[in-house]
Design a binder for this molecule. Structure first.
Ligand SMILES: Nc1ncnc2c1ncn2[C@@H]1O[C@H](COP(=O)(O)OP(=O)(O)OP(=O)(O)O)[C@@H](O)[C@H]1O
Ligand SMILES: [Mg+2]
Length: 250
């Protein structure tokens, strides 16, 4: 089943800078998608479009069988229940004044999901391997890796179909990265991921499909295994040669 489908999508910021050019891609349920590209190539911008936070200047973005329409509130409520996001910085993305319980419960409350909130938060904490008593503590009491787990718990608590993650491991040390990659792999039995990452190990271990962005254009896309083994485009070859590899991807 196709979750997201982009056809001929171009995008410019209000300042006039053109950032994406004629992007065509489909995200299938059960097939994780990695997005790689140099800094400034438009990866985060593409995620913003996929999340309905920015609108395509040209082209269409379909979510399931409907056009992604950020202006339609009831559509967006259903969309947010299906699609959640995790962002890079495990320090700034969590409200320091809220206990972990409230942070993780937030999507259930804002989406008005009728469920046993305490049980759902406890389950999300178990899913990300944090102790149950974490719920009563504040974000500053946790390490960077643990905070990233809290952010992931918040993203999965409403049982989304798709989780969109931007550089979720880049601020973490090698051991913690490996643990978070293992966590995402185990969660991917239940949901589909779109990840932006400079970390080829994350992409190689998690993503069946890969998209390579250069200056806002897709220069290569296909099976991750094939692209990593035989990058066809010179840009991909340079990108892979310049990206440090973790032992896990060797
Ligand atoms: N809010 C904005 N207004 C105007 N231009 C922007 C805005 N955000 C990003 N840009 C520009 O869009 C281009 C793509 O930026 P984007 O953040 O999508 O890149 P990226 O691939 O995520 O880079 P990085 O790997 O450094 O995170 C850059 O040239 C950037 O300067
Ligand atoms: Mg970015």
């Amino acid at each position: 089943m196709t979750l997201l489908d982009l056809a001929g999508v171009s995008f410019a910021y209000a300042s006039g800078t053109k950032v994406l050019h004629d992007v065509n891609l489909a995200v299938e349920a059960g097939s994780n998608l990695g997005i790689v590209g140099e800094s400034g190539s438009g990866k985060t911008t593409l995620l913003k479009l996929l999340l309905g936070l920015e609108r395509a200047s040209v082209g269409s973005i379909m979510f399931r069988d409907a056009r992604l329409d950020a202006a339609n509130r009831s559509f967006m409520r259903g969309f947010r229940r299906s699609v959640q996001a995790v962002f890079q910085d495990p320090y700034s993305s969590l409200d320091p004044r809220q206990r972990v319980f409230e942070i993780i419960a937030e999507p259930l409350r804002s989406l008005k999901i009728e469920t046993d909130i305490a049980a759902a938060v406890a389950q999300a904490l178990r899913d990300v391997d944090l102790p149950g008593d974490a719920a009563g503590r504040y974000p500053h009491e946790f390490s960077g890796g643990q905070r990233q787990r809290i952010a992931i718990a918040r993203a999965i608590v409403a049982k989304p179909d798709l989780v969109i993650a931007d550089e979720v491991v880049s601020a973490l040390d090698l051991t913690t990265r490996t643990r978070i990659i293992d966590l995402l792999r185990s969660l991917s039995a239940r949901m589909t991921f779109i990840v932006v990452s400079h970390d080829i190990a994350l992409v190689a271990l998690l993503c069946e499909r890969l998209v390579v962005l250069e200056k806002g254009r897709i220069v290569e896309q296909g099976a991750t295994r094939d692209i990593l083994a035989r990058p066809a485009h010179p840009y991909t070859q340079r990108l892979l040669a310049s990206t440090p590899r973790m032992p896990a991807s060797a």
